[in-house]
Design a binder for this molecule. Structure first.
Ligand code: C2E
Ligand code: CA
Ligand code: CA
Length: 592
């Protein structure tokens, strides 16, 4: 019995001692955990207070705020202490017009047991938008809370609004662009009306003779005058370089008379760069049939304009006998067909530099020296090539020539980091990536040295799977640039989903960064609103990880402001014009 009792005692002591040691260990552990928890919650608090927004907790039943992070001072202009414990509800801080929809959405999220996510305005001295993300949780006290995060997205909203405005308006004249014009006209055609397509005669003489600045001012002045003479319910738009569209509600007046009056008003002198200038307008027009659409009307008015121009008429009303295809176009097509592979077609290269003037690459630009007509702009013959399918051969020529030139420069001792080539939407049909790889391989050129420039129309519509082709090109290292960014652009939201490396900010944006003040001598001065917009585009692009290239940099002010905004790469007449391959070599080789 004694022995048994002794053994029991020993065991008991051992067990107790072990338990004691365990308890001590556990204590240390707990203490450590507690310490790391305080450290962690300190980190959490720091994080919360430095978030670009506010973390909050409200009671579900009463809506009363029981916690809010220090960001509230920034967002609501009220400290956390003044809000919590004062019985204030989150609803009181929401803009009156949005309260209803927020409470409805929360209610719905609660019933569906889903996260609540919503964009709304809060009360502030100016318009302020937040993104609210919250979840419902049950506290230890059995009370249900919404715990969430409010992010200030006002700046984003504002640039979205500005971009949206630009998407529907012509950057130079502020008039509607083609897309917006068509949409607005579509709503009105059923009521009947007069569609006019007008074109400034010999605009290029103004542009080339007096300079781009005069050309731009003239376009603005003509647009302004057209806008002023519109009757109520009328529309005006800039449809192309020097082309305007008008849609007038149907009156009882003779359409020929109406068109004539408009032309007369435009033909009164303008003052451009301080001197008087008189221009004339050629017009094609058509009366809307009750069930036609705006696009068909515009096409007919355009055909009438085309015939008016080629006959030398001042104005022409469309009729079905007017053929849509015009002889001069056909001969141009024939000529272009023959020009491919001849010396008439060649490439010029425009340098792209960084802010220190270091060469980053060149953009290949196609040139056509027509034996009789002289230089024809790619803006004129590329659309023709697209329409007729010649673009495939033309595009192949450009790609091969551009890659071959990279090798020739290399052999001549010039290292060219990158070659950018413009692609037409039509070229990007499935399998096109193989053509590119084939050319790269035959020249033994690394894909990373090639960049393709595409425009957003292509990407938005994703015709014939162009996006997949771009994806395949990128996978092999070819860089993809979005050209003319800001022109005819519809929404920010799709931008992040595109396979892109580079954003090329459109020339019209850059141009507006320093407006010409007054008409006497043209003093350039910074335009803060335009600068801010470009700034927003640059930071948006950077936040998506894209390189930003500014196009059409023509003045020192533009260059300086762009540098200040952190633009990466610059292209434009100020730095270098498009030039021959030899001229590039001369200017950029180290020995030069
Ligand atoms: P883009 O791709 O936007 O090319 C830039 C255009 O702006 C070029 O006109 C260039 O000469 C001009 N430019 C460059 N810097 C300045 C500047 O500082 N101020 C002004 N006012 N203009 C500047 P270009 O060579 O007449 O080309 C016109 C368009 O034709 C191009 O616009 C591009 O869309 C198209 N294009 C040119 N080459 C090709 C090609 O090989 N393939 C395809 N598909 N399209 C091409
Ligand atoms: Ca381009
Ligand atoms: Ca461009």
């Amino acid at each position: 019995g004694m022995l048994l009792g002794g053994i029991f005692l020993v065991v008991l002591v051992v067990v107790v001692a072990r338990a004691e040691r365990k308890r001590a260990e556990r204590h240390d552990e707990l203490e450590g955990a507690l310490e790391s928890m305080t450290a962690r919650s300190r980190t959490l608090v720091t994080l919360m207070d430095n978030l670009p927004g506010v973390v909050y907790r409200i009671e579900v039943n009463t809506g009363v705020l029981t916690f809010i992070s220090n960001g509230s001072a920034e967002l609501f202009g009220r400290s956390a202490e003044s809000l919590v414990g004062a019985g204030i509800t989150l609803t009181e801080l929401i803009h009156q017009e949005d309260r209803q929809s927020v409470s409805a959405a929360r209610h719905w999220a609660m019933c569906a047991q889903m996260r609540h996510e919503q964009v709304f305005r809060i009360i502030a001295d100016h318009e302020r938008w937040v993104l609210d993300r919250s979840v419902m949780i049950e506290g230890e006290d059995g009370v249900r809370y919404w715990e969430g995060l409010l992010l200030d997205i006002s700046a984003h909203k504002e640039s979205e609004r500005q971009l949206d405005f630009l998407a529907r308006h012509d950057a130079l004249t502020g008039l509607y662009n083609r897309k917006a014009f068509m949409a607005a006209a579509d709503e009105r055609v059923a009521a009947g009306g007069l569609m006019i397509y007008a074109d400034i005669d010999r605009f290029s003489t103004v542009n080339d003779g007096l300079g781009h600045e005069a050309g731009d001012q003239l376009l603005v002045a003509v647009g302004e005058r057209l806008r002023r003479l519109l009757p109520p319910g009328g529309l005006v738009a800039r449809l192309g370089a020097d082309e305007f569209g008008l849609y007038l509600p149907h009156g009882n007046d003779d359409p020929a008379q109406v068109v004539e009056e408009i032309q007369q008003k435009v033909e009164r002198p303008f003052t451009i760069l301080g001197r008087p200038l008189i221009v004339s307008l050629t017009a094609g027009y058509v009366l809307s049939e009750t069930n036609g659409d705006a696009q068909a009307l515009m096409l007919n008015a355009d055909v009438a304009l085309y015939h008016a121009k080629s006959r030398g008429d001042h104005a022409l009303r469309w009729e079905s006998s007017l053929d849509k295809h015009v002889a001069s176009r056909m001969t141009l097509e024939q000529d272009l067909r023959q020009a491919i592979g001849s010396e008439q077609l060649y490439l010029h290269y425009q340098p792209q530099l960084d802010s220190h003037g270091e060469l980053q690459g060149v953009e290949a630009l196609l040139r056509w020296q027509h034996p009789e007509l002289g230089m024809i702009s790619p803006a004129q013959f590329i659309p023709l090539a697209e329409e007729t399918g010649l673009i495939f051969r033309l595009g192949r020529f450009v790609l091969e020539e551009a890659c071959a030139q990279m090798v020739r420069w290399q052999d001549a001792g010039l290292h060219m980091p990158r070659m950018a080539v413009n692609l037409s939407a039509r070229q990007l049909t499935s399998g096109y990536e193989n053509e590119v790889f084939g050319v790269l391989e035959s020249q033994k050129l690394s894909p990373t040295r090639l960049e393709v420039e595409v425009t957003e129309t292509l990407l938005i519509q994703d015709m014939e799977g162009g996006l997949a082709v771009l994806g395949a090109l990128r996978e092999l290292g070819v860089r993809v640039a979005l050209d003319d960014f800001g022109q005819g652009y519809s929404s920010l939201s799709y931008l992040s989903s595109l396979p892109l490396d580079v954003l090329k900010v459109d020339r019209s944006f850059v141009m507006k960064m320093d407006a010409v003040a007054g008409s006497d001598g043209g003093i350039r001065c910074p335009n803060q609103q335009a600068i801010q917009l470009v700034g927003a585009v640059i930071s948006l692009g950077h936040s998506l990880g894209h390189e930003i290239v500014a196009e059409g940099v023509e003045t020192d002010v533009q260059f300086e402001e762009l540098k200040r905004l952190g633009c990466d790469t610059y292209q434009g007449y100020l730095l270098a014009r498009p030039m021959s391959a030899e001229a590039i070599l001369e200017r950029f080789s180290v020995n030069a």
